[in-house]
Ligand binder design. Sequence first.
Ligand SMILES: Cc1cc2nc3c(=O)[nH]c(=O)nc-3n(C[C@H](O)[C@H](O)[C@H](O)COP(=O)(O)OP(=O)(O)OC[C@H]3O[C@@H](n4cnc5c(N)ncnc54)[C@H](O)[C@@H]3O)c2cc1C
Length: 405
Amino acid sequence: MNIATTVDTSAAEGQAFRLEFRAWLEANIPHEWRPAGFWHMMDDQGAIALRREWERKKYDAGWAGIDFPVEYGGRGGTPLQRAIYEEEMALANAPETANPQIPIIGPSLLLFGEEWQKKRFIKPLLRSDELWCQGFSEPNAGSDLASLRTKAELQGDHFVINGQKIWTSFAPICDWMFLLARTTSTGKKHQGLTLFLIDMKTPGIDARFIKHMTGRLDFAEVFLDDVKVPAENVLGGVDQGWKVINGLLREERVARIGQYAFYRRHLELLVRFAKQAKRNGRPAAEDPVLRQKLGQVCVDMELLRIHSLETMAAIANGAGQDQDAPLTKYSYGETHQDMGEVFTDLAGAMWHLHEGDPTQGDVDQGLLRELQFIFMRTRAETISGGTAQIQRNIIGERVLGLPRA
Ligand SMILES: Cc1cc2nc3c(=O)[nH]c(=O)nc-3n(C[C@H](O)[C@H](O)[C@H](O)COP(=O)(O)OP(=O)(O)OC[C@H]3O[C@@H](n4cnc5c(N)ncnc54)[C@H](O)[C@@H]3O)c2cc1C
């Protein structure tokens, strides 16, 4: 690994930006939001409303869309500034975004959108005035996305869309969806797909939450029955959907240093928990086996950090992300899940109960609730955005050039 090609987020050129943003966060994140578990003790609706309000305030103060062009409502900053922004957000335990599709739909609009689409959609996206969801997966099309069956037929100046989507995160509370549908049925199956920008208030859309094992309302199923979409709402051209989503799914898979910073915070919470929980009457942190497992996670985390800095350097230098994307997606998901396994070891057999395992002694309930949520959620990280098995296939075939079985 060539460390000389990593981005140095502690470099002097980023210091003024870092200190200014840190001071803004310190002055603007209310103290009651800061203890572990704050967001996890609150109901979903209340949490979303609060986070949305926060995103608007942050945007209005100039702290959103860091590397988006100023002409479309961004801050016009550099990749280094974006990395610092993400690090500081994690370090300050700032609220998670209410609009998780920003890093995916935003660059897609920039790369493939028509001028009016960029002007119309990017600013409300960055300010979370409009929340977006991603309508790709279907009951029989996930890893093999090109098998999708939702159909869009051109009728005059609009398309009529019929079909079903599933696992569509946050669909019932979103204002817009970018949806992949079949527009041509002849030829290879990955040809003839088109991306649409769809107003969720359009008649014929029925979005229903599916409850997560975390207890949260998160992903959903979406039924589309004769949904009329203006032809101008195609993103990137009719039958060009595959090309567009290949670019944007790569973006989804390239974790930035900010994700590392979030994981680092989770590791710190885990260590705090290890000092509170008991193992054979002593703090679990003193158990040699558990210490070794925590140590291994620390080593894996360091590898993620260096990999992320290298990836950012490659992006900043305009190099392709093809090799990094599957490696990043795979290693982040696996490392976070390994961390989750250590939590379940630490927290005892009844770790998943709301109040925790009584044999573990007194633990901070907010901390426990946050760790329960984080690590239940990790189970999804080797599925969403492309499964671990699929990433291994891509690494084997396209990165290492191994023969297909
Ligand atoms: C938390 C969460 C949020 C999500 N959010 C969204 C969203 O917002 N929008 C959206 O469109 N989708 C979303 N998804 C769906 C996600 O993209 C799919 O679940 C994922 O692509 C896998 O598809 P699948 O569930 O149909 O599984 P399948 O593709 O049916 O796979 C089942 C199993 O078979 C394995 N498998 C399949 N093909 C191969 C192969 N060729 N080689 C080896 N193994 C293989 C898979 O790895 C997996 O273990 C979300 C999923 C989760 C868990």
